[in-house]
Design a protein. Structure first.
Length: 143
């Protein structure tokens, strides 16, 4: 849970100010697909974050299990920020227990809609590298 909390803290500041929609999709080892989303309006200094109670627990639980990775084959987290004239979108893939930035091509392949589907236009950009925040449990000696 500490790793997920650190990842979520880094995600809050990565896309900057605005209203952000975070979506996570994980393919579990039992072949099921699990999704969760979270909308977070983020304000400037001092950092202000608002969230609804209904989306946060599911999103945080799925992020925790994705980063732990023993029950998931793969997971992708996408952040979309409302903006004019188009929303901005970037994403991360979960590998080795951390969120790794996806470039534009990887993200477009990961979220490409069905060829016949009409998808909203987004400005897709390379995801920023998230700072590595050590987990408190990983720093403490284990006896």
């Amino acid at each position: 849970m500490g790793r997920a909390m650190n990842a979520l803290a880094a995600l809050l500041v990565a896309p900057g100010e605005g209203s952000h929609q975070f979506n996570i999709v994980a393919e579990r080892t039992n072949d099921t697909i699990v999704t969760a989303d979270l909308t977070l309006p983020v304000g400037a200094s001092p950092l202000r974050v608002k969230h609804t109670e209904e989306g946060y627990p599911r999103f945080f639980a799925l992020l925790t299990f994705a980063l732990e990775y023993s029950t998931n084959r793969r997971a992708v987290l996408v952040a979309t920020t409302a903006g004019e004239p188009f929303p901005r979108t970037c994403g991360w893939t979960v590998r080795d227990g951390r969120l790794n930035p996806m470039d534009r091509r990887e993200l477009q392949e990961a979220v490409m809609p069905h060829p016949d589907a009409v998808a909203p236009l987004h400005l897709v950009y390379d995801a920023p590298e998230l700072p590595e925040i050590p987990d408190a449990d990983e720093e403490s000696p284990r006896g």
